[in-house]
Design a protein around this ligand. Structure first.
Ligand code: ATP
Ligand code: MG
Length: 194
């Protein structure tokens, strides 16, 4: 069985609120191996490359708004001037570029078996009000889609976590050089997975 790598980014709201240590501890305590750590002031190009430029991703993001607005009886056209999911997703991506540049972001590369599933579980639902207690987003954020969209910004949800093994590899290569990643053995590592 092959280990997976995941990229974690403590977004500017997490950095600004002084939550770096508390958050990293959760991933470390569960047994994932930290193999890279750093601060970076993100450029627009990096953020654009980080979030997918695919129709499928734009649609997923736009539909998140449309589903939430339908539930609350709100009209997406008031904020977005369109109710097309792909167009809404593109607007949210633009907001993400601004959000990521508010302050440095803090990044960690973690490694382990089923690492992607674990980091997503610990991070919690994308929408903070739906994230369960015990997760990073559930414990440290309470933002809503309609409030965020009305304020022309993305959800402030503290953390990014890779959500597929291929994305983990791609994102780690985008933000970290080979020299910034370290190989070592955790105490007891070889017994943990027997
Ligand atoms: P991330 O990729 O940051 O870990 P995620 O995988 O849970 O989050 P994505 O669908 O990839 O969710 O969306 C990326 C980020 O864009 C979200 O974390 C959130 O900050 C923001 N976002 C997504 N959809 C919306 C939306 N409809 N309205 C406002 N912000 C959104
Ligand atoms: Mg994502």
């Amino acid at each position: 069985m092959k280990k997976q790598k995941a990229l974690l980014i403590i977004k500017p709201d997490g950095v600004q609120r002084g939550l770096i240590g508390k958050i990293i501890t959760r991933f470390e305590s569960v047994g994932l191996k930290i193999i890279g750590l750093k601060f970076e002031m993100a450029t627009s190009d990096k953020v654009i490359a980080h979030y997918p430029e695919t129709e499928a991703w734009f649609k997923k993001v736009g539909e998140r708004t449309l589903t939430n607005y339908a539930k609350k009886g709100l009209d997406a056209k008031i904020v977005f001037k369109t109710d097309d999911a792909v167009s809404i997703g593109k607007i949210v991506k633009g907001w993400l570029v601004t959000y990521f540049q508010e302050s440095p972001v803090f990044m960690a590369v973690v490694e382990g078996y089923d690492c992607i599933e674990i980091v997503r579980k610990l991070s919690g639902n994308t929408i903070p009000v739906q994230a369960l207690p015990g997760t990073v987003r559930g414990d440290f954020s309470h933002d809503t889609i309609d409030l965020a969209n009305e304020q022309n910004r993305p959800l402030r949800n503290i953390i990014h976590a890779s959500d597929a093994p291929e994305d983990g590899e791609k994102e780690v290569n985008l933000w970290f050089t080979k020299e910034e990643l370290f190989s070592y053995e955790l105490a007891g590592e070889k017994f943990m997975y027997k």
